[in-house]
Design a protein. Sequence first.
Length: 118
Amino acid sequence: MTFIVALLVWPSAHLIVGAYNRDPVLLAIAAPALVLATLFFVADGIQVVAAQANRAAGDVWWPTIMHFVAYGAVMMPLGWILAHRMGVDGLVWAVVIASLASSVLLTGRFVRVARRLP
């Protein structure tokens, strides 16, 4: 589902941003950032499902720790570094990378937890 949403948002980013604001400077910054943001839609969907699957399997603390690592220890410093080098796009890239990291960590954890389930 998130892939379908990403496919719909990607070509219509200017229309979506334009529905909120007509400032050409803002459109020039926000529309490309929204296109770039579609890259984390799928990864974010995966990490949400994997986190909930872990929690449903009784694994509560590891998903919390993994979220902290992905978004606190990876995204925050990376966002600071990339924002100073790339502007808004750098912030978006930090979210994309953190969402991918979270997806990988949480999916890997679920595979491990699922092996122990009866």
